[in-house]
Design a protein around this ligand. Structure first.
Ligand code: PMP
Length: 291
């Protein structure tokens, strides 16, 4: 059990995994990444994560150094070498290093790595009791500044948002856009429930197309639940019957407080419980089919 790094395809102990101080991922956040979780050793929704890695690279005009199949093989190999029953897996691909300067054409020697670490999901109390989110003052990047649809190494927007949320005692930050529409969490997508309908901000608000978000869509629609992508205001979130956030590592976490206002009855609601069941069944089927 432990942490192991595949650096440009070579399995390496974490203390020996070194990259250049001239690497643009380090200097400018000029890199793309993915975070994947395994279930029973199977990387969940790997193809979707790899497709998003490629699309993130495309959005910043970067070419991935190896085919997606090589990343897939390295994910499997790194997880296996970690000895963890299940891993938190991070893929990072940087534009590389070279002569100092912003011009991407200066980049040489792209670096790719896969890190497999012991999985450390939220404790059972987060799912049982729910968590608090803070609507922070930090705004989500404009789509035509750094497009939130690209999962790049430039995460300061989320770092600052989460720092503010933590200062306010919240578990996750939720950012508004410049027009006051709800976007997403620092590292999660946000949903709310009004009556019978499940609502979440549309992609064109400027958010990451979460893999967990897509799985929630799929399982809800298969079960006949109504999910709509609609612009949401902070007031809508505060007035919702239920709120939850989604991400690969945390799956689906119920939210019982938005800033100082209680969500619904202040405990995880029945729609969350239903979606949780559907999600767990989907995960079990996914991993059983690929073991
Ligand atoms: N939004 C942001 C900004 C994120 O960093 C993440 C985590 N990758 C998510 C949403 C959730 O995405 P996923 O379900 O693919 O983990």
């Amino acid at each position: 059990m432990g942490t192991i790094v595949s650096l440009n395809g070579v399995l390496t102990a974490p203390e020996d995994a070194r990259i250049s101080v001239f690497d643009r991922g380090f200097l400018y956040g000029d890199s793309v990444y993915e975070v994947i979780r395994t279930y029973e050793g199977v990387p969940f929704e790997l193809d979707a994560h790899l497709a998003r890695l490629e699309s993130s690279a495309h959005r910043i005009g970067m070419r991935l150094p190896v085919p997606l199949a090589t990343f897939a093989a390295e994910v499997a190999q790194t997880h296996a070498a970690s000895g963890n029953p299940d891993s938190y897996v991070r893929i990072v691909s940087t534009r590389g290093s070279g002569t100092l300067g912003l011009d991407p054409r200066l980049a040489e020697d792209p670096v790719r790595m896969v890190i497999a670490m012991p999985l450390n999901p939220p404790g059972p109390e987060a799912y049982r009791d729910g968590v608090a989110i803070a609507l922070v003052s930090v705004r989500r990047n404009l789509r035509d500044a750094i497009d939130p649809a690209a999962k790049t190494g430039n995460y300061l927007n989320s770092v600052m948002a989460l720092a503010e949320a933590k200062t306010r005692g919240a578990y996750e930050a939720v950012m508004l856009d410049h027009r006051d529409y709800v976007t997403e969490g620092a590292s999660s997508n946000v949903f709310c429930v009004m009556g019978e309908t499940i609502l979440t901000p549309p992609l064109d608000v400027g958010i990451l197309e979460g893999i967990t978000r897509s799985v929630v869509f799929k399982v809800c629609r298969q079960a006949g639940l109504r999910v709509l992508e609609l612009p949401l205001t902070a007031q809508a979130l505060e007035a919702a019957d239920e709120v939850f956030i989604t991400s690969s590592i945390r799956e689906i976490v119920p939210v019982v407080k938005v800033d100082d206002s209680k969500v619904g009855a202040g405990v995880p609601g029945p729609v969350y419980a239903r979606i949780r069941q559907l999600f767990d069944a989907y995960v079990a089927e996914y991993s059983a089919a690929r073991k």
